[in-house]
Write a protein that binds this ligand. Structure first.
Ligand code: DC
Length: 253
């Protein structure tokens, strides 16, 4: 784990030497910068990732929205989201699309815009079980890799971006915050349903963290940023500084 944001923790690009010996670059210069942002729910990943993407002129991918989109579709079709066999059988059915403009991201399922609908409590309560099903992860991770590969530079947020989806990303951030602060942020994000208190959200969140644990990991070369006492602008500035340091290391070597 690293905590500083002044230097790049990622791979240093190796270039052709004057002797003509080509050492492979682990980061393809032509494919653009990939910034992986992982961390638990409510740590502020979405706002920080969108802000960093805008500041850096990169695309933005919310991988959690894809797990939510599939969950929304399963619920909409009356499927039992707690039955892994049912979920596995239906995992490839819906057409899931995401927009990667950080100024206006969207999520569609079978052509329907579900950007709002996937934030309801019903979806939030059901999504962990769906995301734990291997067939779901295989499909969505493959989609995420395609989106990242064709983006020409992207900030991708989730739980396993730095470890599984894009382990070659030269910039990896693990964003955390205290449980209390995360609960307050999560409560503010929730749409529809009966009102919930931050205390209730904190209890739900502890349970969800436990369920998501198998899918969540901090990469060994990630920089941990604790956003508890930081403003959104400060978190964005730290990610941008890190990405800038990494871009320098990767692209000017
Ligand atoms: O970040 P979020 O709350 O929108 O994520 C929704 C769910 O999807 C949550 O249960 C964690 C899971 N998820 C995952 O397993 N892998 C990801 N890359 C992103 C989210």
């Amino acid at each position: 784990m690293r905590t500083g944001t002044d230097s790049c923790p990622g791979r240093v690009a190796r270039v052709k030497t004057s002797a003509g010996l080509a050492e492979e670059s682990e980061t393809d210069r032509g494919s653009g910068l990939v910034v992986a942002v992982d961390g638990p729910s409510g740590a502020g990943k979405s706002s920080a990732s969108r802000g960093a993407a805008r500041a850096l002129g990169l695309r933005y991918l919310d991988t959690g929205s894809m797990y939510r989109a599939l969950t929304w579709w399963l619920l909409d079709h009356g499927a039992d989201t707690t039955d892994p066999e049912v979920v596995a059988r239906l995992a490839a059915e819906p057409v899931i699309e995401v927009g990667t403009d950080p100024a206006a991201p969207w999520t569609r399922v079978d052509g329907t815009d579900v950007s709002e609908a996937i934030r309801t409590r019903e979806v939030t309560d059901a999504v962990s079980a769906v995301a734990a099903v291997p067939q779901v992860r295989a499909r969505l991770i493959a989609m995420q890799r395609e989106i990242i590969a064709s983006a020409g530079g992207i900030v991708a947020e989730g739980r396993d971006i730095g470890t599984v989806v894009a382990p070659e990303a030269p910039v990896k951030v693990y964003l955390t915050a205290s449980a209390a602060v995360r609960a307050v942020r999560r409560t503010a994000e929730m749409a529809g349903g009966p009102p919930v208190t931050a205390a209730q959200t904190e209890a739900d969140q502890a349970l969800r963290d436990q369920r998501d644990a198998a899918q969540s990991a901090m990469a060994a070369d990630a920089v941990e940023i604790d956003s508890t006492g930081l403003s959104l602008a400060e978190v964005v500035a730290r990610i941008v500084a890190l990405a800038t340091a990494c871009a320098g290391a990767v692209w000017t070597a």
